[in-house]
Design a protein around this ligand. Structure first.
Ligand code: C5P
Length: 222
């Protein structure tokens, strides 16, 4: 069987990473969380007191910044310049600022190149906002996951409780809507469904059901 590229895009908290990980596991493919890379840059910039909309300084930061995914159980870890930042990059302070960094052109150019390198050999499931449109326009399978903002906020709320993050549900919903707005309205590779992507609305579906639906689509293209 050939080793293909699978792109999974969609708005915040639509369940992309959860299902992408499961699909990658089933296929024995690599999973790449591109959102974690934007979060990692945001984390590094905040640590170094770089203004998050300063394209030039961010560009300089990126020249020397290492971002690595390290396999671990049960979840792979994210390292920035050899420091484990897996937990830190999910904190609200990063989540609510990452869209500013992700709108800067030098950041997108740099991370897009890194992502294309990771995906080069195929056998990859990559999730994000612009994978099907910009990073891997020739991906053999493109999925666009959506769900109502209410349902997405509720899922994030439940995840947060396990991480001891206590943002109220209505605030979470507002934050998700705002982040989607920023991601959809930026100039460079905004969040938009690729014309050849298959949309799956997960509002009323379980994780298993979503994975099964995606696996059916993939098996037809292997
Ligand atoms: O997927 P996640 O919620 O971790 O992504 C965090 C942020 O990173 C998004 O809100 C978006 O601003 C940015 N992002 C992006 N392009 C991608 C992946 C993420 O702009 N391919």
């Amino acid at each position: 069987k050939r080793k293909i590229q699978i792109a999974i895009d969609g708005p915040a908290s639509a369940g992309k990473s959860t299902v992408a990980k499961l699909v990658a596991k089933k296929l024995g493919y690599i999973y790449c969380d591109t959102g974690a890379m934007y979060r990692a840059v945001t984390y590094a910039a905040m640590k170094k007191d770089i203004r998050l909309d300063n394209d030039k300084d961010l560009n300089q930061l990126l020249q020397k910044l290492s971002i690595e995914f390290v396999p671990a159980n049960p979840e792979q870890k994210v390292y920035v310049d050899n420091v484990d930042v897996t937990k830190e990059i999910r904190l609200p302070g990063i989540t609510n600022n990452v869209s500013i960094v992700a709108a800067q052109s030098s950041v997108r150019t740099d991370l897009t190149k890194r992502q294309q390198q990771i995906a080069q050999a195929g056998g990859i499931v990559m999730d994000g906002r612009d994978i099907g449109t910009t990073v891997l326009p020739n991906a053999q399978v493109k999925i666009f996951l959506v769900a109502s903002a209410k349902k997405r906020a509720l899922r994030r709320y439940k995840e947060n409780i396990l991480k001891e993050i206590n943002t109220p549900l209505d605030v979470l919903e507002q934050e998700i809507i705002e982040r989607d707005y920023k991601d959809s309205h930026r100039k460079i590779s905004p969040l938009v469904q690729a014309s050849d992507a298959i949309e799956i609305d997960t509002t009323e579906l379980t994780i298993d059901e979503v994975v099964r639906e995606i696996m059916k689509i993939i098996e037809n293209r292997l």
